[in-house]
Ligand binder design. Sequence first.
Ligand code: ATP
Ligand code: MG
Length: 348
Amino acid sequence: MPEIAVLAGDYIGPEIMTAALKIFEAAQKVTQTTYTIKAYPFGGAAIDQTGSPLPEATLQGAKAADAVLLAAIGGPKWDQATERPEAGLLKLRKALNLFANIRPTKIPANLADASPLKREIAENTDFVIARELTSGIYFGQRYLKSEEAADTMFYSKTEIKRLLVTAFEMAQNRKKHVTVVDKANVLASSKLWRQVAQVVAMDYPEVTLDFEYVDAASMKIITQPTQFDVIATSNLFGDILSDEAASITGSIGTIASESKGVSGPNLYEPIHGSAPDIAGQGIANPISMINSVTMMLINTFQDTKTAGVIQQALDQTIAQGILTPDFGGTATTAVMTAAIINSIEKAA
Ligand code: ATP
Ligand code: MG
């Protein structure tokens, strides 16, 4: 039986995780599938229970699972902790060998008005950013003196290749278009990215490959986002472009992401934080967590059936205007969850 390690985390983390798991359970009944859910303490909640943000049992449980589902961790309660919740997340990412972060940018059906883009552009925006996670300037050498400073940006061919293979594989199942975003007019590492991309592309004759400088790409994400399918890029550029891409959807409360492990489980999580400002009020938007579940079902378990049941019910609920306050609605998390489950049961 497929096993999922669930890390609910802190503040709104457990609120949206509970909602998403209830919906997932209802969908499993419809498709007659069974997933084993194992919950582990993680982040601030784990500090409170065990003194460590990543207890050994959590680490082993995550490593042994087929997928890891994470809500959000951290917040002001642990600002003074000796080991902060975020340190646990860094350790977990390292232990799982997560090398690529996949972030879809798609404006949910019926929510195009929340986007700052023109409606017809918003409705047709559907691209994915594949960001390299293990290397680049974030892991370079640091040099800081009072009069000068430097950070090195290193990339090996192996690191570039595995990210690009992931990007081409995704493109193959999407709109068959990869855009490598770089700064190859000045950076040596970008030149290597281009060379490796040309070679990887030969294995994917149906996929179109093009290159875009990061400055131009950052404009196009706003002006012509419908031109993109899969954007493949380095750690630094991916970090920046991912947040830019999130902003054109109009709500941080809907977007999920996948971090791919080299050999072990992938990790699925909303892109937002633990939102301490709204925690405990029962008004957190569960969509990002629900989308994390469907992304996991499709990408790790190839269970498009169960994902489809959830997706359809979510779309219907949104279409009925049952939305949390971040989308101008009046529904609580619980009301929205109940409406989605109701729609799942009716469709069955
Ligand atoms: P972090 O440093 O962990 O990213 P943050 O404070 O920078 O945290 P978030 O926790 O993502 O950012 O919250 C940013 C804003 O978005 C907050 O006002 C928060 O309430 C809101 N927000 C985030 N997620 C949701 C959600 N699921 N539903 C409703 N509002 C949300
Ligand atoms: Mg933040």
